[in-house]
Design a protein around this ligand. Structure first.
Ligand SMILES: O=C(O)CCC(=O)C(=O)O
Ligand SMILES: [Fe+2]
Length: 289
């Protein structure tokens, strides 16, 4: 595995974090938290694992669509209605733990795929715990980094004990199919997002990739993204909750990605923090959750 950092410069394209860059006076965790950087972790998942997982997820997504919409439905109509809008056109399959938590057994991945997703996420977190930056967990999760029993835990341990606070319906797999598959611009509003493409951009699909904006409040359609990344299958991308991004529409083929956005136990979400710092009342904050 190899970790690289890409800097998000205000209003300008993303550049590598050069040795003399002023942002080096911040820790990696602080740069992630401030939405100033993207991490690229290569060789997290082997080619065989990507292939195995992508194949089983594509089959599971077809089964899912068949059950939801029946044989006759055109791709056009196969919008993931359950997600409630045309801004997200994909099938999202949940790990079994996520499906249990969300009480959505019909959206669960097959057992073996679910276990492999968990293994991969745990591998990524173990790497971050031990190799990335010693203060990363504390910076991202805040002071309250202990588990429910008050024991100090690494991110991987919190993951294993199912004590991370995930985004709704995550960890999961997104399966995007041409010609409409995409996820419109958004922020994840969690301490950290991990996205791991399992499909090969040179063979499995055209278009697609993850677009990132360097400014914090861009307007989709008006401001073009600073960068569109289409890493090799098995390379993880990681970023903080303030970074605007989208899953670009694919024009042919199928694109499969693992997604997980999470914060530490009991930590307020980024959007809640933003509202708090804007001085809005508790009622607004609670109703916004
Ligand atoms: O598919 C992508 O590249 C982005 C997915 C994403 O942002 C999400 O699921 O939250
Ligand atoms: Fe996202």
């Amino acid at each position: 595995m190899q970790l690289e950092e890409l800097l998000i410069k205000n209003g300008r394209p993303i550049a590598r974090l050069e040795p003399r860059n002023a942002l080096r006076s911040f820790t990696m965790g602080e740069r992630i938290k401030g939405g100033r950087t993207l991490l690229r972790l290569s060789n997290l998942v082997s080619a065989e694992e990507c292939q195995l997982l992508a194949t089983s997820c594509i089959a599971a997504a077809h089964d899912w669509k068949q059950k939801q919409y029946g044989e006759e439905t055109s791709t056009n109509e196969m919008i993931h209605l359950e997600q409630g809008s045309k801004s997200k056109v994909f099938v999202r399959l949940l790990t079994q733990a996520t499906a249990d938590r969300e009480e959505a057994p019909e959206d669960a991945l097959p057992k073996e795929s679910s276990e492999l997703v968990e293994l991969i996420l745990e591998r990524a977190l173990s790497y971050l715990d031990t190799q990335a930056c010693p203060s990363l967990k504390k910076t991202l999760f805040g002071e309250r980094v202990n588990d429910d029993n008050g024991n100090s835990s690494s991110m991987a341990q919190l993951f294993r004990k199912r004590q991370l606070d995930y985004s709704i319906r995550e960890p999961a797999i997104n399966v995007y199919e041409a010609p409409h598959g995409h996820f419109a611009m958004h922020k994840d509003h969690h301490a950290l997002s991990i996205l791991i493409p399992l499909s090969d951009p040179t063979a499995d699909f055209e278009g697609g990739g993850t677009a990132f904006w360097s400014q914090s409040h861009p307007m989709e359609g008006m401001d073009s993204p600073s960068i569109v990344l289409k890493p090799k299958p098995g390379t993880a991308l990681l970023w903080g909750g303030r970074v605007s991004h989208k899953g670009v529409t694919i024009s042919s083929g199928t694109r499969v990605v693992v997604v997980a956005s999470f914060s530490g136990p009991n930590s307020p979400r980024e959007d809640v923090k933003e509202r708090l710092s804007a001085g809005l009342g508790v009622r607004t904050i609670l109703s916004a959750r």
